[in-house]
Every structure is written in structure tokens, then in C-alpha cells.
Design a protein around this ligand. Structure first.
Ligand code: NAD
Length: 457
């Protein structure tokens, strides 16, 4: 493996020149990034299709388009985000001026996964650039076509002392994580997230972990079942279920379960027809290991829809598994594929118990028309983010920050949150030399203590 240290050394030296702190420089780089996406839209769509047959519509709508929106928003706002902000003083520090200087961390490392290979590489990068950092990006080795094209396009437009793409897998990634970066932004599995955090801890490198988990989706009897089924089928089977915020499992109120499953069946048929394998809109599983893992899960419960699969093309039909129990293997880990297990409940309290007995999920979805049920879930269940009466679409709003909690990760980004994620807030107080109030200085006495007690209460 090539020695990667010189890339970071060069970036650190470049950061020290102060160039990246200049707001016009940042805007110029963001514009370049946008231009790459605009000029190479078709090429990128083809590359992702080569990697796992992702439909062009989805690559644009869920990757290129979202990245461009985020870039536009950053270009428009980075100047005001970067300004020094004045804040009030406190009585003990009167008179003084108090302000917060937003500064870039320095040289950051971004490690991205394969499932949205453009968006999840570039969206953190937008934040890193907007905040004034240099960056090394390590995209996933599981999407070789997309990753190598990103490397080629970015290296043509950016100096590597500012932005460098390192291709490779575990070896490169592990080496990078042990280097002296000023910030690490990792998107991937909880298992690898733990390794990254351990390595980062050695140097106390601050980090964001965008991980996965089992995201529940609740449907109660007050929901519009037809619309709910369409939105759930869309959110589950987009990208063939290989989406970190896809509904992982369904909790359906017992009294409407049969009717709801009929609606789901219809919704899947409307999306992909009688033969989803022939549909140009349904992707494939990323590799054989994931294919084998998913096929083993098909043993659980009763197949209500789908179940067909073909190893040679890594195709698994959109599948609904009914009569699942919490003990089934499909309920143990994140599914990350086109299989939706269905469990039933009688009361919302039962749902809360099931969800709260597990690690805190990245997303939660609830379909209901009952405000009290919605409030009860929102007030008792902790999750990264989610939606009421929809799935996944919340990611299309850059005013909503995105990130996990507990085992689904920590830190957040998107829109202004991306800028904040890659910035350190330096708080400063500035005092005049006069007056120099003597109360804080020893020797202390009861009068001083009395005064302090009056002020600090
Ligand atoms: P992964 O954790 O296997 O790999 C992610 C990245 O880490 C890749 O670039 C890979 O090269 C690198 N890596 C792998 N093993 C490593 C190791 N031992 N040391 C250092 N680096 C290593 O994840 P994946 O399979 O690419 O993606 C799927 C997972 O990512 C799912 O769990 C999914 O939920 C999660 N995910 C989360 C989000 C989010 O925003 N929260 C988004 C997409 C995917």
C-alpha cells in the first residue's frame, strides 16, 4: 500500500497558509464541486448503475440532486455562517465583550459507505469545505466504478493539498484513521464505527459517527392504509432496501394487519410490476456476502409477498414476511435489504416497549391520524430522526439536521448542521483593563463571599 502520510502532511501545511479560511475560496471550491456534478451527471449515473443497477431516477433524486441542493444552500449562506457572533455578557464579567469565532478544525478525514456512493461521500465534504477545512475522502471499495470515477473527477478539479480521494478498503481506511487528523467523519456500520472510535480515541480525535440500526415503522388503525402502504413500500424498497433510514421492521395494529398487507402487496405491484426482476427501477444486492446473509433471513415467518431470489444476479424480490416474532433472526440485526418483517401490536404501549428494549434507532416512522398516539411516541421513544406519515422523505429537507443517537451514532449534519459539524466554536471574552473589580482576588472574607452569593444564584 502506498504511504498515505505525505497526503496529510501536505494538507496540514496547506491549512497553515490560511487559504481555506478565506470565505471566497470556500465558495469557489463549492462551485467547482457543483460543476463536477452538473457536468458529469450522466457519467455518474452510469457508474452507480454498473455497481448495483441503481435506477437513474434514484441516483439523481437521492444522490446528485440532494448534493447539489446542499451545495447551493452552503454557497448562499457560508458567509453569514462564518461571521463572528456577539453574545451577551454576564453580571460577573461586566463590563466585557463576548463573542464566538467559528473556525475550521483543520484537516479532516471522511470515510463513506457504498449504499449511496455519491451522496454519502460528497454531502459531508460540502460541510468540510464550507467550514474551511482540507479533506481526505475514502469512499467505499464496494462500489469500485463510482468510487474510482469520483477520485478521477475530484483530482482533476482540486489540488490534493486541499482535497484528496484515497481509494481502497479496510487497510487504507485503518491506516488513515490512525493518522493525526483534526476531525473524522465516518458513515457506515455500527461494527466498524466502534473500530473507528477506538482508533480515534488514541489521539482524542473528535468525530462524527453516522451509523445504522433497526428503524421501526408503526402503522395504527387510524392511518390512511392505502397511502401509508405506498409510502412504506417506496421507502423500504428504494435502493433495494439498502438504505440506512429505511423502515427495518413493521409494527402493525392487529385489527388492520390483514387489510394493510393487501395494500402493501398492491403498492409493491404498482412500483415494480408482476416481475420485479424485470423492472429497471429495482436495484441489486451489493455483493455475494450480503446476498447470502439476506437469503438466510428468508427462513423466518411466512412469506406474504415476494421471496424469489437469484444468486447469479444478486436479485432478491421485494419481500414481506408475516407472523414474525421478536426472537426470529431477522429481528436481531439491521436487515439492509429488500425484506420487510411484520409484527403486530394491540396497544401503542406494546410498540414503545418493543422499541425501547432495543438500541436507539437511526429513524422511526409512525403512520397515524391520532395526535395522542403520535405525541406518546414522540415523548417516550428516542431515535435519530424520522417522520410522521411518511418514510425517508425527511432527508429532502436540509433544515432538518440528520444523525443518530446512541448505537445509531452521534453528531449530525445536512444544511447548516454540516457547517457546524466541521467547525469549532471558539468562545472569547474581551475585557478592558479598567475597572479591575477586586472581589475575586484573595484574601477572601465574608463580605466578598456574601457579594458572590448575591451574584451567583
Ligand atoms: P462499513 O462499515 O462496512 O464500511 C464503511 C466504510 O468503512 C467503508 O469505506 C470501508 O472501507 C470502511 N471500513 C470497513 N471496515 C473497516 C475497518 N475495519 N476499519 C476501518 N475502516 C473500515 O459499511 P457499509 O457496508 O459500507 O455500509 C452499510 C452500513 O452503513 C449500514 O450499517 C448502514 O446502516 C450504514 N449507513 C449509515 C448511514 C448514516 O448516514 N447513518 C448512511 C448509509 C449507511
Amino acid at each position: 500500500m502506498k504511504d498515505l502520510q505525505p497526503y496529510l502532511d501536505k494538507q496540514k501545511a496547506y491549512f497553515q497558509t490560511g487559504t481555506t479560511k478565506n470565505v471566497s475560496f470556500r465558495i469557489e471550491q463549492l462551485k467547482k464541486l457543483k460543476q463536477i456534478l452538473v457536468d458529469n451527471e450522466d457519467l455518474l449515473i452510469d457508474e452507480v448503475h454498473k455497481d448495483f443497477q441503481k435506477p437513474p431516477f434514484e441516483t439523481y433524486a437521492t444522490e446528485i440532486g440532494l448534493a447539489i441542493t446542499d451545495i447551493n444552500y452552503a454557497i448562499k449562506n457560508v458567509e453569514s455562517w462564518s461571521k463572528q457572533k456577539s453574545v451577551s455578557t454576564s453580571l460577573v464579567n461586566f463590563p466585557s465583550k463576548n463573542f464566538i469565532i467559528t473556525e475550521p478544525y483543520g484537516s479532516v478525514l471522511i470515510i463513506s459507505p457504498w449504499n449511496y456512493p455519491i451522496l454519502l461521500a460528497l454531502q459531508p465534504l460540502v460541510g468540510a469545505i464550507a467550514a474551511g477545512n482540507t479533506a481526505i475522502l475514502k469512499p467505499s471499495e464496494l462500489t469500485p466504478n463510482t468510487s474510482s470515477t469520483l477520485e478521477r473527477l475530484l483530482s482533476q478539479s482540486f489540488d490534493q493539498e486541499f482535497l484528496k480521494v484515497v481509494l481502497g478498503g479496510v487497510e487504507e481506511s485503518s491506516t488513515l484513521v490512525k493518522m493525526d487528523f483534526d476531525y473524522i467523519f465516518f458513515t457506515g456500520s455500527t461494527r466498524v464505527g466502534k473500530i473507528i472510535m477506538r482508533d480515534a480515541a488514541e489521539r482524542l480525535t473528535p468525530l462524527t459517527l453516522e451509523l445504522g440500526g433497526k428503524s421501526p415503522c408503526i402503522v395504527d388503525k387510524t392511518a390512511n392504509l392505502e397511502v401509508s402502504a405506498k409510502r412504506i413500500a417506496w421507502g423500504k424498497f428504494i435502493n433495494a432496501g439498502q438504505t440506512c433510514v429505511a423502515p427495518d421492521y413493521l409494527l402493525v395494529e392487529q385489527s388492520i394487519k390483514t387489510e394493510f398487507l393487501d395494500h402493501l402487496k398492491t403498492a409493491i405491484n404498482e412500483l415494480y410490476g408482476d416481475h420485479p426482476k424485470e423492472s429497471p427501477d429495482f436495484p441489486r444486492i451489493i455483493n455475494d456476502a450480503h446476498f447470502d446473509r439476506l437469503i438466510a433471513l428468508l427462513e423466518d415467518g411466512d412469506t406474504a409477498v415476494g421471496g424469489e431470489h437469484e444468486k447469479s444476479s444478486r436479485y432478491i424480490a421485494p419481500t414481506i414476511l408475516n407472523n414474525i416474532t421478536l426472537e426470529d433472526s431477522i429481528m436481531q440485526d439491521e436487515i439492509f435489504g429488500p425484506i420487510l418483517p411484520v409484527l403486530e401490536f394491540e396497544s401503542v404501549e406494546e410498540c414503545i416497549q418493543i422499541i425501547n428494549a432495543r438500541p436507539r434507532p437511526l429513524a422511526l416512522y409512525i403512520f397515524t391520524s391520532d395526535q395522542a398516539t403520535e405525541d406518546r411516541i414522540m415523548n417516550t421513544v428516542s431515535f435519530g430522526g424520522g417522520a410522521v406519515n411518511d418514510t425517508i422523505a425527511q432527508l429532502g429537507n436540509h433544515h432538518l439536521s440528520f444523525g443518530g443517537v446512541g448505537a445509531s451514532g452521534f453528531g449530525s449534519y445536512h444544511g447548516k448542521s454540516s457547517f457546524d459539524c466541521f467547525s469549532h466554536k471558539k468562545s472569547v471574552m474581551k475585557k478592558p483593563f479598567w475597572p479591575d473589580v477586586p472581589i475575586r482576588y484573595a484574601p477572601y472574607d465574608d463580605i466578598k463571599l456574601g457579594l458572590v452569593k448575591k451574584v451567583l444564584k
